[in-house]
Design a protein around this ligand. Structure first.
Ligand SMILES: [Zn+2]
Length: 181
């Protein structure tokens, strides 16, 4: 993915603002009072700006920018040049409308960008499916630490670990207290 190659390293945390400003130097990234919205992408006559709600913390800001990056790459750069998109990021979206589908895709992209499974794998030192209480407790504690390390909200990390587990049922780590023997 081109946007990830813009990162200096794939070691977490991946800072989206760094990728954006390095890849698209004319992109303006700033904070604004967005009311109930989390982020906004505005493009106008070849200029582009991303705004993040000023009440977001650093990690929230990161994932909001990752979400907006999807709109930028998949919509603005694909021809819908003048685009104004105000977004909610990582909220439940039950409706089957085209708009909800687009927003879901942007959320998925944001998770994949910030927590690539192949990078996550090298940080997992617990079984995909914990069986003992000890393993469960350890996994819960590590989930919080990994969320901090990858700079994502912990429910995003939980969802990524769940997906990883579903894809790698037999995974046993090569390191840590629960390593394969
Ligand atoms: Zn959006």
């Amino acid at each position: 993915m081109r946007v990830v190659r813009g990162a200096v390293t794939l070691e977490p945390p991946i800072r989206v603002e760094d990728i954006l400003t390095r890849t698209w130097p004319k992109m303006h990234v700033g904070e604004a009072d967005l009311g109930d919205y989390h982020g906004a992408l505005v493009t106008d006559g070849g200029r582009a700006a991303m705004y993040v709600t000023k009440i977001a913390n650093t990690d929230q800001k990161n994932i909001i920018l990752a979400h907006l990056t999807w709109h930028w790459i998949k919509q603005a750069l694909k021809g819908q040049i003048d685009l104004t998109r105000q977004c909610l990021v990582h909220v439940p979206r039950e409706d089957a409308t085209a708009l909800a589908q687009i927003e879901r895709e942007a959320d998925v992209f944001a998770s994949e960008l910030l927590v690539p499974l192949e990078v996550l794998e090298s940080h997992i030192d617990f079984p995909a499916e914990p069986k003992t209480e000890g393993e469960k407790t350890y996994m819960e504690q590590r989930t919080i630490e990994l969320a901090r390390q990858f700079a994502v909200p912990s429910d995003v990390m939980k969802a990524r670990l769940k997906l990883f587990a579903a894809r790698r049922r037999s995974f046993r780590p090569n390191k840590g207290p629960f390593r394969r023997r």
